[in-house]
Write a protein that binds this ligand. Structure first.
Ligand SMILES: Cc1cc2nc3c(=O)[nH]c(=O)nc-3n(C[C@H](O)[C@H](O)[C@H](O)COP(=O)(O)OP(=O)(O)OC[C@H]3O[C@@H](n4cnc5c(N)ncnc54)[C@H](O)[C@@H]3O)c2cc1C
Length: 441
């Protein structure tokens, strides 16, 4: 009780100190420009979320313009600092004929512009055909910069809308705004927390284990947890919205492990304070502490069938999502891990487990790339380039590529490299077939 009260006080104090530097790493909008929040399709679905998006940005001090896709003139793009699309259609294709022309336009001023697409549908959309995916492909082709992979919310799934809300800080929105729709949290307990990169010159990374206070729910490899970054009592059973926004983490374990395991890296703001989620999970909450969380399945990072070989690529805390997949693969499957960190001496995350997987043949191939071991920095993307031949062999054997970890840096560079090796069309086809999946942040 005392520990929880102290934790709450520290949290409030930290929030107060954080306030002046609310948008440290955010893309600061130019004063003459605005974030365009563009809606299309079924007005009753798209418009309220688009309106909420624009309001949320405005309340963080970011100029934003709410506009229907049909009202967007070519000239308007010169005044956009980013484009956030909220698209609604019944099955991913219908009801948006009026927006179709947008896909045909030249849009010369769009290169380099950050964008994100939220697609609201009633059915799980077909990634080859649905409007959101086609719009996403078109924007990439025109050179616009994706802030995330395209986000699909079936039947207004509140968890997906929360993911959308977490895009807003990337264009200047607040990281600390309470969730628009609070997760349905359940009580868990932190059982252990161990630093797994002691001595590293990078930020500390912890392996954390939580166990449920209720029956253990089921989840599949690739699932995510939404963690309430404060005392569980503030989030569970309270009337109204809990005051803090959730943070998401990839689950590094399977139900067979009896609990949720996570790999969390401490993240600091520009002024040196620890971030909301990582300070709660890595510093303030202690083993024994109650943790409020919600499990979220993540179909966009679901495993391929066992007969499909898997190339698992990642860095840093991205080992979490990859680990769950490796654990879930039965004996006899073909798995290739390509994983990067800084120095072999301190940053060999989950090293003994990886060595065991190699020894037992569970990993047919394992390449650990330590960027700072040699005189020149070498990253995962360089390793892929140097092993282009084997990479092509695996892809020709129908392998699926799974990427987990940093979007900026690792995942973007890997995407560029894959695009060079395989060609953008092949990569797009692999995305549509679920053979190129990413869990990146
Ligand atoms: C699907 C998904 C899965 C994730 N899985 C993991 C995981 O397994 N392990 C893990 O450690 N983290 C994971 N994250 C990131 C995690 O959700 C938090 O964003 C992270 O812990 C930082 O949150 P914070 O509250 O500590 O920092 P904040 O208070 O949000 O911010 C602190 C500082 O970090 C910067 N920052 C925050 N997030 C990002 C980002 N994505 N890119 C660049 N700068 C950023 C902010 O601008 C700020 O300067 C995942 C994110 C997503 C979306």
């Amino acid at each position: 009780m005392i520990a929880a009260a102290l934790a709450l006080l520290t949290l409030i104090f930290r929030q107060m100190r954080r306030a002046p530097a609310a948008l440290p790493r955010a893309r600061r909008p130019r004063p003459d420009k605005a974030v365009f929040v563009i809606w299309a399709g079924d007005e009753s679905d798209a418009s309220p979320i688009a309106t909420r998006t624009a309001q949320s940005l405005r309340s963080a001090g970011v100029a934003s313009r709410l506009v229907a896709i049909t009202d967007l003139s070519d000239r308007a793009f010169h005044f956009a600092s980013a484009l956030l699309f909220v698209i609604s259609s019944r099955d991913g294709q219908q009801d948006i004929d009026e927006a179709e022309f947008f896909l045909q336009r030249e849009l010369p001023a769009i290169a380099g512009l950050p964008y994100a697409v939220l697609s609201l549908t009633n059915l799980l959309p077909d990634p080859k055909e649905d409007y959101g995916s086609r719009l996403d492909r078109r924007l990439r082709l025109l050179g616009a910069m994706p802030l995330s992979d395209s986000i699909e919310a079936v039947k207004g799934d509140a968890a997906v809308i929360r993911r959308w809300q977490q895009i807003l800080p990337l264009v200047g929105g607040s990281r600390d705004e309470a969730d628009w729709a609070a997760p349905d949290y359940t009580p868990w307990r932190m059982i252990s927390r161990e630093r797994i990169n002691s001595g590293s010159d990078g930020s500390p990374i912890f392996h954390i284990r939580l166990e449920s206070e209720e029956d253990l729910p089921h989840w599949e490899a690739g699932a995510i947890v939404e963690i309430y970054p404060g005392p569980a009592e503030d989030a569970i059973g309270t009337i109204g919205r809990p005051p803090l926004p959730h943070r998401q983490y990839s689950i590094a374990s399977l139900p067979a492990d009896g609990g949720i395991e996570m790999v969390v890296r401490e993240r600091h703001t520009a002024t040196g304070q620890l971030g909301l989620g990582s300070s709660w999970m890595c510093e303030m909450a202690q083993p024994g502490q109650r943790i409020a969380l919600r499990l979220r399945e993540n179909p966009g990072f679901a495993a391929p069938p066992d007969e499909i070989p898997m190339i698992l690529i990642g860095n840093g805390s991205g080992i979490a999502g990859l680990r769950a997949h490796i654990k879930a693969r039965p004996a006899g499957t073909r798995n290739w891990l390509i994983f990067g960190e800084r120095n072999s001496a301190h940053d060999c995350l989950m090293g003994s487990e990886i060595a065991h997987w190699v020894a037992t043949g569970h990993l047919e191939r394992c390449d650990l790339i330590f960027s700072r071991d040699g005189p020149e920095k070498r990253y995962v993307c360089h390793h892929i380039a140097e092993n282009e031949g084997s990479f092509l062999d695996w892809v020709l054997a129908d392998a699926a590529i799974f990427v987990c970890g940093n979007l900026h840096g690792m995942a973007t560079d890997v995407d560029t490299e894959l695009s060079r090796i395989l060609g953008r069309d092949v990569l797009d086809a692999m995305i549509a077939d679920g053979r190129y999946r990413r869990d990146v942040y």
